[in-house]
Design a protein around this ligand. Structure first.
Ligand code: X8Z
Ligand code: ZN
Length: 598
């Protein structure tokens, strides 16, 4: 059979030989594709901006239409690119052809009706999430309805177990109506992915990392094994402290932690419960939220601090249009998608963020995160269109977080937020606070797409969506739902990125990469302190090094970009492990004689 195939293929190739396209034709094709995709991407970006800033049936329809056109063209170009598969092209053109086939997150089917359907579903799901509210008094009493910002505040600050359980459950009333649409989205997106030659949408997502998709999955296992012991120690310590606070009946000695007690609607990062867990006599003896509030910092003031950090590294100020066009505060009179995001609407310099800023330390970090996207976007804006993206998606998510790691006590002194930096001998608190943000997040970052990949492949069927979701939550995070769940619930849909179909593994990678970046940049900046005390603020050398990596965009495989900054070609969790090494020792001492694991 093999030989037969060989002969057949040979015959096809031979007869096709005279028509083999030339390099010049390939170049012309790429130029046209880039110009057209830039135009359609910008149109879709504008429509999406308006939709997210003003959710109505009409803006949803307009955004869906623009997406349909953009996706339709991208699919056509990806298919047409296969015409050049056998042509010997220069490396940059080979890479562009490859990226054309990989650029989509949602590959709609070529059938017009189905393409319209899937883009409408996608816009609708994001809109449902954005408009989502929990109305404790029932639908009749709208004045009592809580939006996600209200729920986030309650989960961050309340220590009333009943109230926490109520809002935890309440937020999950927004997602069951999404399940039918989501199930259909999975079917249609898979059909589109198959037309492009991928087994399913998950396989398409895993193909974007300059290595075979199976090898990428193995890389993730390797990285997770590197950080797992650290997570286990943190989990055991937190469970024990929560038992002391809420009692044995609520928090089991050896089982998973109930998901409503960790200070966040999804239990994805736990820094808001730091006060319950703080070591005695430890720093931070300061609370960034309180400092910001006491200084009467407003939303724009918070963003200015973020911009100031990037400028201290040598980056140019944000354009005036950034300040005119961004959304910083939740409007009172219309529905918006509050989930924070960063945009470059013309793919050159129309940078914006959209965020319903709260004056908190958590949002101070998120602002740096978002600006990291904007400064990255601007750094690669002179690349050809197909190279205007990050080295891999984890890089995009890591840049702003890397900067936020430099928000050290010494930096806060420079801003005038603190009179003096606390003594290093009391740093366990500082490190624990950071671990509640970064180490707690690792298994969450990993599991969302473990779930979605199986959903796309069909290994998890719609009848098993919720049960499989909680199995993974238990397996990786060691947490459990505080109330019984059934398949009438759709808890995955209560997370933005599932409703909005945004891949999530990027955040797991970013959690690892940002420490690798921070370690390299701190060295460049000449810092000899422990890593958690290093700030690259004001270091033009570190800024130049960072910019060298950012400006590569996606023009090279990601190991080249990583090497430009760190000298390493592999993602390496030793940086995060080293950063928290003293904390690990301390946690293990606290956990002595107590159960670890679940
Ligand atoms: O979605 C985000 C950013 C926008 S790209 C705010 N993050 C993830 C999340 O909120 O779930 C940042 C950390 C993880
Ligand atoms: Zn981001």
């Amino acid at each position: 059979m093999k030989q037969f195939l060989g002969i057949l293929l040979g015959a096809v190739v031979l007869s096709a030989a005279p028509n083999t396209p030339s390099v010049a034709e390939a170049r012309k094709f790429l130029n046209e594709a880039e110009a057209r995709l830039l135009e359609l991407t910008n149109q879709a970006g504008r429509a999406a901006w308006v939709q997210s800033n003003f959710i109505t049936d009409d803006t949803e329809a307009l955004s869906a239409l623009a997406n349909e056109r953009q996706i339709g063209a991208a699919v056509e170009f990806a298919k047409a690119a296969t015409r050049f598969d056998k042509v010997a092209l220069p490396p940059d053109m080979v890479r562009k052809m490859k990226l054309l086939k990989l650029s989509l997150t949602l590959a709609a089917p070529s059938n017009d009706k189905e393409r319209t359907e899937v883009t409408r579903i996608a816009s609708g799901l994001e809109g449902m999430y954005g408009k989502g509210k929990y109305c404790p008094g029932g639908a009749s009493d709208k004045t009592k309805c809580l939006d996600l910002q209200d729920i986030t505040r309650i989960m961050a600050n309340s220590r009333d177990e009943k109230e926490l359980k109520d809002v935890w459950k309440g937020w999950r009333t927004v997602s069951p109506p999404m399940k039918t649409g989501y199930t259909r989205l999975v079917q249609l997106a898979n059909k589109g992915a198959r037309e492009l030659g991928f087994a399913d949408t998950g396989a398409m997502w895993r193909s974007k990392y300059d290595m075979p998709p199976d090898e990428f999955a193995k890389e993730l296992d390797r990285l997770w094994e590197q950080v797992k012991p650290l997570y286990m120690s943190l989990h055991a310590y937190v469970r024990n402290k929560l038992r002391e606070k809420y009692g044995d009946a609520v928090v089991p000695a050896t089982g998973p932690i109930p998901a409503h007690l960790l200070g966040n609607p999804w239990a994805q990062s736990w820094e808001n419960i730091y006060p319950l867990l703080a070591p005695k006599d430890a720093d931070p003896g300061f609370d960034l939220t309180e400092i910001l509030k006491a200084r009467k910092t407003d939303a724009i003031g918070m963003v200015k601090y973020g911009e100031g950090f990037f400028m201290s590294l040598g980056f140019a100020a944000l354009p005036a249009t950034f300040w005119d066009r961004s959304l910083f505060v939740k409007p009172r009179d219309r529905e918006v998608v509050c989930h924070a995001s960063a945009w470059d609407v013309d793919n050159v310099n129309d940078l914006r963020i959209k965020m319903c800023i709260d004056i908190t330390g958590e949002d101070f970090s998120t602002i740096h995160h978002e600006l990291g996207h904007n400064f990255y976007q601007r750094a690669y804006n002179t690349q050809p269109f197909l190279f205007r993206d990050s080295a891999n998606d984890g890089f995009h998510e890591a840049v702003g977080d890397t900067i936020a790691l430099s928000v050290t006590p010494e930096y806060l002194v420079k801003l005038g937020f603190l009179k003096t930096a606390p003594d290093q001998s009391k740093d366990m608190g500082l490190m624990l606070h950071k671990a509640l943000e970064k180490v707690a997040f690792l298994p969450f970052g990993l599991l969302i797409d473990q779930w979605r990949w199986k959903v796309f492949s069909g290994e998890i069927t719609p009848e098993q969506y919720n049960q499989a979701w909680w199995q993974l939550r238990r397996k990786y995070q060691g947490i459990a739902a505080p109330v019984d769940r059934t398949e009438a619930d759709f808890d995955a849909g209560a997370k933005y990125h599932v409703a909005a179909n945004v891949p999530y593994m990027r955040y797991f990678l970013a959690d690892i990469l940002q420490f690798q970046f921070h370690r390299a940049l701190a060295k460049t900046a000449g810092c000899t302190e422990p890593l958690h005390r290093c700030s690259i603020y004001n270091s033009k050398e570190a800024g130049a090094k960072l910019n060298a990596m950012l400006s590569i965009g996606q023009s090279k495989p990601w190991p080249d970009a990583l090497e430009a900054l760190t000298g390493q070609r592999q993602m390496d969790a030793s940086a995060i492990v080293d950063y928290f090494a003293p904390l690990k020792v301390w946690l293990d001492e606290q956990n002595k004689g107590k159960p670890v694991g679940w």
